[in-house]
Design a protein around this ligand. Structure first.
Ligand SMILES: Cc1cc2nc3c(=O)[nH]c(=O)nc-3n(C[C@H](O)[C@H](O)[C@H](O)COP(=O)(O)O)c2cc1C
Length: 459
């Protein structure tokens, strides 16, 4: 049985994730594994169609494909995303049809599910038979219980391929639109005052809906606002995952391209940032992904705190709840306020003019108020993962995060809360007394709401 492994780490052979495949190879040696470092070699694959075709030819001969990748910003890295784009752009999709597939990742479990959902969706688009995803924590392989679990997963995967098990699809094909937007007159006359607005955009088409949406959006401001195309930024390449930035936020690319200066001088100084672009496959473009990945020189420190954020998107966002979640997670992790997302899906010029006008006004109003929407499970859960990781395993490499987390009170572990611990200890003992327990159970409801009622009463 032939298995093609599409390795999605920029680190190639030194990839943490790849070690899981190597372990699988040793555990199940009677299979042929063809490993391709598609993320590391993306430049070559873009340039040299023969090199890409060699991989595709192997896939044609394979029984199954392992999508093996590290998590990068809730998805795969930009180089891997580009590989996926190449499959569709160069019309190589047929080779993947009816092949069994699994996704295998390592990460710290921060939005690992959205990356697996993405790959699952891509597998469904390619009409592959997706057998599931395995999301390992980076060092699971050194833990015997986790090793055993992984071996079971890999064994079941191989068995399923041998048995040719039936598989159902989860993600319906995306329905795209031919709608061409023609902007009408501006709906608002907004004065941004001292609020600095930055629009970042990526659009392949010369004058597609994104450029027109930006034009209409921009027209609502009395003064001109800054619009920067990602293609105009000097970016030499994607994040290499070296983590050299961990000690003091100095990236390996420092002084070698313009990205870091751009991020520090333009992005960090803006009050309002609008991200604009087309949906490509089930995410934005790989260039957008490169922009997000490269911002990792800030490691796990939020850099868009209190800023107003918005997205102008062309494409079927309503059909992509996974992407919606990624965009919300990004804003929440960055501690910015996701003020709105406007897409061209409504296929209605007038409505789109109004939405863009309203967004233009709302962004400034919210910036003036300094409003940031409360975070939900996405932001709270995510921050707790980072807090625990930076406190523990990641601290040595990510020393700069540790300093920031310490200074900003991120280490809010409950064990430091001595008052609550004392109270819990005493009250838990008391609830062992039957008479007190009876009274306590009757009190719970009233006591729970008491502090809130007091606030309402004193208003
Ligand atoms: C740019 C960048 C972004 C990352 N984003 C995430 C993330 O969103 N979620 C997560 O859990 N881990 C994230 N990580 C951690 C990596 O997924 C993790 O270290 C992985 O094991 C690296 O695997 P590799 O050695 O195979 O490249 C990120 C790392 C880098 C360098």
């Amino acid at each position: 049985m032939q298995i093609t492994v599409l390795s999605g780490s920029p680190k190639g052979d030194d990839s943490v994730t790849l070690q899981y495949v190597r372990y699988m190879q040793k555990t199940f040696p009677d299979y042929d594994y063809n490993i391709f470092h598609v993320a590391r070699q993306i430049r070559k694959l873009e340039r040299d169609d023969k090199a890409l075709q060699d991989i595709v030819d192997k896939i044609v001969l394979s029984d199954a494909v392992i999508w093996c990748f590290p998590l990068y910003y809730c998805l795969v890295c930009s180089q891997y995303k580009r590989f996926i784009e190449l499959i569709f752009e160069r019309k190589k999709g047929e080779a993947f049809r009816n092949k069994y597939a699994v996704s295998l990742s390592t990460s710290v479990h921060f939005f690992d599910h959205t990356a697996h959902n993405y790959i699952h969706g891509i597998c469904d688009d390619l009409e592959m038979k997706y057998l599931g995803g395995y999301s390992a924590e980076m060092y699971d392989l050194v833990r015997s219980r986790e090793r055993a679990r992984f071996v079971q997963f890999a064994g079941n995967f191989l068995k399923s391929v041998e048995r040719q098990v039936p598989v159902s699809k989860q993600f319906p094909p995306l329905v795209s639109s031919e709608f061409v937007y023609e902007p009408g007159p501006a709906r608002q006359a907004v004065t941004a005052g001292n609020k600095k607005i930055l629009v970042l955009m990526d659009e392949e088409k010369e004058y597609g809906n994104i450029r027109k949406m930006i034009k209409a959006f921009r027209g609502n401001y009395v003064h001109d606002i800054e619009v920067i195309s990602l293609t105009s930024i000097d970016i030499k390449g994607g994040c290499l995952g070296c983590c050299q930035c961990g000690l003091d936020n100095v990236c390996q690319y420092q002084g070698k391209d313009g990205y870091i200066d751009f991020y520090n001088e333009k992005v960090k100084t803006a009050d309002i940032i609008v991200f604009a672009g087309e949906i490509r496959d089930r995410y934005l473009s790989s260039r957008w992904k490169q922009y997000f990945d490269r911002s990792f020189f800030n490691t796990h420190i939020p850099t868009l705190k209190d800023k107003q954020l918005a997205f102008l998107l062309s494409g079927p966002l309503a059909q992509l709840p996974n992407l919606q979640e990624i965009l919300s997670a990004y804003a929440q992790f960055q501690q910015g306020n996701l003020a709105g997302i406007v897409t061209d899906e409504g296929e209605d010029y007038i409505c789109l003019d109004e939405l863009l006008g309203d967004l233009a006004g709302r962004l400034v109003e919210l910036a003036q108020q300094g409003y940031v929407h409360p975070i939900n499970f996405l932001g709270i859960g995510g921050m707790k993962i980072f807090r625990d990781e930076v406190w523990g395993m990641l601290r040595l490499v990510f020393q700069s995060d540790h300093r920031y987390y310490k200074q900003h009170g991120y280490y809010d572990f409950p064990q430091k809360d001595f008052k609550t611990r004392r109270m819990n200890f005493f009250m838990m003992l008391m609830t062992k007394i039957p008479a007190f327990k009876k009274k306590f159970l009757k009190m719970i409801e009233k006591e729970m709401v008491k502090p809130l009622k007091n606030v309402v009463k004193n208003k």
